[in-house]
Design a protein around this ligand. Structure first.
Ligand code: C5P
Length: 407
C-alpha cells in the first residue's frame, strides 16, 4: 500500500454522488477507496441516478444505496442521522453547482444535504461542472461560504471538459481525490510549518516593452501551494507572471525578474521551514536594460547583440543560508535525467530534487500532468504520470516523510 494513502485504511467513507456527467467516476472512486481498506457507503441524489444506476453503486459498495430522505426501507436500515454518525468522512464527488448552492444555503430537503447538515465529521467536496458555471460569482460565493464553515474542497482541476471547453471545473482525478481524502485524516502533516514556493517564469527586461522569458505556466507551483495549504502549512507563494489565480489562504508575493524573486525569497528565509523551487528562473538577464524601446536598425546594423549576465541561483543561495530551510528543487531536463538531477542535488546543496523529462510534451511545462523521479541523499521514488495536483499531494507527503525521518 502506498505510504501516503495509509490513512484511508478502516475509514468509513460516505460517498455522496450528485447529478453530473462525472457521476460515473463514483464507481471507480468506490473501488479505489476500498482498495485502500476504506468501508464505503453511497448516497445518490435523484439526478445522479440519471447518470449511473444505484444498482452499480450497490454492487460495488456491497451495501444498499441511499436515495431518499423519507424512504421507510432504507431509513429503517440506516437513517440519515445514523448515516451521518457512522461516517468518518462525507465525500461528495462529483458535487454539482446546484448541490453547492443548496448546501451553502443550509437546505436539508434531500438525503445528501440532510446528512451533510447532520455530519460532525469532516465533509469534503469535489466539484465538477462546466468551467463557466464554476467561475460564476454565485458558485464562487457558495464555495467561499462553505470554506468559511470548514468544508474542505478537493479541486476542481483544470483542463479539457466533457463539454469540450477548457478551464477549471473538472473533477479531480481519482488519484488526487484519494490522496486529498487521505490527507484529511493525516491533516496537519505540515501544521506549524511555513512553506515558501517559487513558481512560474521570470521576465528579464530588454527595454521597456520587451523581455526574455520561458514557457513555464506556474501550474505545478500553484498546485503545490494548494497541497501544502491542505496539509496545514502556512504558504508563501513567490510567483513570476502567470495567468493563474492564487489558491486561497496563500500569501502571494508577485515578482517579475529573477532578481526580484531572489530578493523576495532572501527576505523571507528566516521564517521559512521548507522551500520548494518550482520557478523556471531565467538563468541570464540583459546586462543593460535600455530606457527607450530599441528601434530596428538603431546601430546601423542588421544584427543586434544583447550581452547577458548570469542571474543568482535562487534556490542554491537559499540552501547556503545559515538558517537554510529544507530545500526542494525541480530539474526539468531533456536528456540524462538522473545524472543531471543528482548533480544538481549535490551542487545546489538541496535536500531533495524532483526530476522531470520535459522532452515528453505530455508532461512538464504547460501540461496538466507530470511524471517524475524524486531523488535525495540515499533514496529515490519514481512517480508515474499523474495530474500536477496529484503529484503535489504525493510530493508534500514525501517531504513530510523525509522531515519526520530526519527529526
Ligand atoms: O539549474 P536549473 O535551472 O535546472 O535548476 C532548477 C532548479 O533550480 C529549480 O528548482 C529552479 O526553481 C531553481 N533555480 C533557481 N534559480 C535559478 C535557476 C534555477 O532557484 N537562477
Amino acid at each position: 500500500m502506498e505510504n501516503s494513502l495509509l490513512t484511508l485504511h478502516n475509514r468509513r467513507i460516505l460517498l455522496g454522488i450528485t447529478g453530473g456527467i462525472a457521476a460515473y467516476k463514483g464507481a471507480e472512486l468506490t473501488r479505489r477507496l476500498q482498495d485502500q481498506g476504506a468501508d464505503v457507503r453511497v448516497i445518490m441524489t435523484r439526478s445522479a441516478t440519471e447518470f449511473i444506476t444505484p444498482l452499480t453503486m450497490q454492487a460495488l459498495s456491497k451495501h444498499p444505496v441511499h436515495l431518499d430522505l423519507h424512504n421507510p426501507d432504507t431509513e429503517s436500515v440506516m437513517g440519515h442521522i445514523e448515516l451521518a454518525r457512522w461516517a468518518d468522512l462525507v465525500l461528495i464527488a462529483p458535487a454539482s453547482a446546484n448541490f453547492l448552492a443548496r448546501l451553502a444555503h443550509g437546505h436539508g430537503d434531500d438525503l445528501l444535504t440532510a446528512v451533510c447538515l447532520a455530519a460532525e465529521c469532516p465533509v469534503a467536496i469535489a466539484p465538477a461542472m462546466n468551467q463557466a458555471m464554476w467561475a460564476k460569482s454565485p458558485t464562487q460565493k457558495n464555495r467561499a461560504l462553505l470554506v468559511e464553515r470548514g468544508i474542505h474542497f478537493l479541486g476542481p482541476d483544470s483542463g479539457i471538459q466533457a463539454c469540450g471547453e477548457v478551464g477549471a471545473g473538472r473533477l479531480l482525478d481519482i488519484e488526487a481525490l484519494l490522496i486529498g481524502a487521505s490527507n484529511l485524516f493525516a491533516s496537519g502533516r505540515l501544521q506549524g510549518k511555513t512553506v515558501l514556493i517559487t513558481a512560474g517564469p521570470t521576465r528579464e527586461a530588454i527595454d521597456p516593452v520587451r523581455f526574455i522569458s520561458n514557457h513555464s505556466s506556474g501550474k505545478q507551483g500553484y498546485a503545490l501551494a494548494s497541497a501544502a495549504v491542505d496539509a496545514g502549512a502556512r504558504v508563501i507563494l513567490v510567483s513570476g507572471p502567470t495567468a493563474l489565480t492564487a489558491p486561497e489562504r496563500v500569501d502571494l508575493v508577485k515578482v517579475t525578474s529573477a532578481q526580484d524573486m531572489h530578493e523576495a525569497v532572501q527576505a523571507r528565509l528566516p521564517e521559512t521551514d521548507i522551500m520548494i523551487g518550482v520557478a523556471a528562473v531565467s538563468d541570464y538577464r540583459p546586462r543593460m536594460v535600455e530606457t527607450q524601446k530599441i528601434k530596428k536598425g538603431q546601430c546601423g546594423e542588421r544584427t543586434l547583440t544583447l550581452e547577458l549576465v548570469e542571474n543568482p541561483d535562487i534556490i542554491a543561495e537559499a540552501a547556503k543560508h545559515p538558517n537554510a530551510p529544507f530545500t526542494v528543487g525541480f530539474a526539468a531536463e531533456t536528456e540524462n535525467l538522473e545524472n543531471y538531477a543528482k548533480r544538481k542535488l549535490l551542487e545546489k546543496n538541496l535536500a531533495m530534487i524532483v526530476a522531470n523529462n520535459v522532452a515528453n510534451s505530455q508532461i512538464g511545462f504547460n501540461s496538466d500532468a507530470n511524471a517524475t523521479t524524486i531523488f535525495w541523499a540515499g533514496g529515490e521514488i519514481n512517480i508515474p504520470m499523474m495530474s500536477k495536483r496529484a503529484l503535489s499531494e504525493r510530493l508534500i507527503s514525501i517531504i513530510a516523510d523525509r522531515i519526520e525521518a530526519a527529526s
